[in-house]
Write a protein that binds this ligand. Structure first.
Ligand SMILES: Nc1nc2c(c(=O)[nH]1)N[C@H]1C(S)=C(S)[C@@H](COP(=O)(O)O)O[C@H]1N2
Ligand SMILES: [Mo]
Length: 360
C-alpha cells in the first residue's frame, strides 16, 4: 500500500470532447444497445472498463494469495480453485460512470453515453468459502482485493485495488470467478481470475485478482477513497458509490444513420424491447413514453436476483419526429429521474434514456 490519498481533481469540461476522452472511449468499449436483446451479453459485446493496461497473465502459474489478518494465509492456484465448490451467478454489471458523457459540465474521464452495462454468467468459488477456509480474524475491518494492473492517477502510482467490509464480502453471490458465460475469462475481463460483486457498480468487481488482504482499518487506496464517491461539490468527502441505482434502457428501434446514429422507423406498430435493473431491489415497474405520454411496459419474469429484467411495449409509430424514453421503478420505490442527477465526477447518472426517432 503506502498510497497517498488523491486530492487533485481534473477540471470539468463543457462542450467538445477532448483527445484524452477519445483515447479512453476507444479502449473502453460499450455494449452496442442492440445487444439488449440478449439475456446474456456475449463476452465479446460485454462493455469494458480498464483503467490501466491489460496485464499479461499466465493461468498455469497464477496464484491468488489470501493474507493479512487471517489465521491460515494461503496461495491458491487456478487448479486449487477449480477443485473447490463452484457457483454460477447471472450478474448485470454497470459502470458507476455510465451516463457521464451526457452531463454538463462533465468530468474528464471515460465519457460513457449509456452503454456501460451488460449481463454475464460468472462461474467461480464463492468468496465466503475462501474466507471461511483461511479464517479471517475478528480484528479485520475490511477485505481488500488487489488487481495485478498498475498505473498512475492524479500523480499517484497504485494497483487497481478495492475493499469491502466483511459482511458484504461474505454475501451470497460474491465470487472469485474463473469463467464468463461458460468459458475461461478473456484477458480484457480479468483472466485468469476476477472478483464479481453482484448488485454493486462494476468498480467493486476487481479484475486480474492476485491478492486478497484482511486489514484492521478502512482501506484508503486511490480507487477507494480518491474515486467512486458521489460528491456535489469538489473536495468534499462524499458518499461511496456502492449498489447500482435503478436504471433501464431500450434497444433503439428501426435502423440508424451511420453518422449520429439517429433512428429511422417505419410507420405502424413497433415492438420496443428493453431491460431494467437495480442493485437495491427487484424491478417493480417500467414505463415507456413517446413524446411525454407515459404508458406501462410489460415485464418478463425475473431471470435471477442479480440480473436485468426484460420488458416490452407496443408503440404505434406515426409519421414525424418523436422522442422515446423509458424509466424504471424498483421495489424501494426509487424511480429514474428525467434529468441527470448532479455529481462532480459524473457518477450514477440514471436519467431516463432519450431516443430520437424519425418515422417515415
Ligand atoms: N483490476 C481492475 N479491475 C477492474 C477495473 C480495472 O481497471 N482494473 N475496472 C473496474 C470497473 S470501473 C468496472 S466498471 C468493471 C468493468 O468490468 P468489465 O470490463 O469486465 O466489464 O471492472 C472493474 N474492475
Ligand atoms: Mo466502472
Amino acid at each position: 500500500m503506502g498510497e497517498k490519498r488523491a486530492e487533485i481533481r481534473r477540471a470539468p469540461i463543457v462542450g467538445r470532447y477532448t483527445q484524452d476522452e477519445l483515447a479512453l472511449a476507444s479502449r473502453n468499449s460499450g455494449m452496442p444497445l442492440e445487444a439488449l436483446r440478449y439475456d446474456l451479453t456475449p463476452a465479446g459485446l460485454h462493455y469494458l472498463l480498464i483503467h490501466f493496461d491489460i496485464p499479461a497473465t499466465d493461468a498455469a502459474t497464477w496464484q491468488l494469495r489470501i493474507e493479512g489478518l487471517v489465521s491460515k494465509p494461503k496461495a491458491y492456484s487456478l487448479a486449487d480453485l477449480r477443485r473447490m465448490p463452484a457457483s454460477t451467478v447471472r450478474v448485470t454489471m454497470e459502470c458507476a460512470g455510465n451516463g457521464r458523457g451526457q452531463t454538463s459540465p462533465r468530468y474528464p474521464s471515460m465519457p460513457w453515453l449509456e452503454e456501460g452495462v451488460s449481463t454475464a454468467e460468472w462461474t467461480g468459488v464463492p468468496l465466503s468459502i475462501l474466507l471461511e477456509e483461511i479464517k479471517v480474524k475478528e480484528s479485520a475491518q475490511e477485505i481488500v482485493f488487489h488487481g495485478a494492473d498498475r498505473g498512475l492517477d492524479r500523480g499517484i502510482e497504485h494497483t487497481f485495488s478495492r475493499s469491502l467490509i466483511p459482511s458484504e464480502a461474505m454475501r451470497d453471490g460474491v465470487l472469485v470467478a474463473y469463467a464468463m458465460n461458460g468459458e475461461p475469462l478473456p484477458p480484457q475481463h480479468g483472466a485468469p481470475l476476477r472478483l464479481v460483486v453482484p448488485d454493486w457498480y462494476g468498480m467493486a468487481s476487481v479484475k486480474w485478482l492476485e491478492r486478497i488482504e484482511a486489514i484492521d482499518h478502512a482501506f484508503d487506496g486511490v480507487q477507494q477513497m480518491g474515486s467512486y464517491h458521489f460528491r456535489s461539490v469538489p473536495g468534499e468527502k462524499g458518499v461511496p458509490c456502492t449498489r447500482m441505482r435503478v436504471n433501464s434502457l431500450m434497444a433503439p428501434p428501426g435502423i440508424p444513420d451511420y453518422y449520429g446514429r439517429r433512428r429511422n422507423v417505419d410507420a405502424g406498430r413497433a415492438e420496443i424491447l428493453g431491460r431494467a435493473w437495480s442493485g437495491n431491489a427487484p424491478i417493480r415497474r417500467v414505463e415507456f413514453a413517446a413524446d411525454g405520454a407515459w404508458q406501462d411496459a410489460v415485464l418478463d419474469v425475473a431471470a435471477g436476483a442479480h440480473a436485468w429484467r426484460r420488458w416490452t411495449v407496443r408503440w404505434n409509430a406515426v409519421r414525424g419526429a418523436h422522442e422515446l424514453r423509458c424509466r424504471a421503478t424498483d421495489e424501494t420505490g426509487a424511480v429514474q429521474p428525467l434529468d441527470p442527477p448532479w455529481d462532480v465526477t459524473g457518477f450514477g447518472n440514471n436519467a431516463a434514456q432519450r431516443v430520437e426517432v424519425s418515422v417515415r
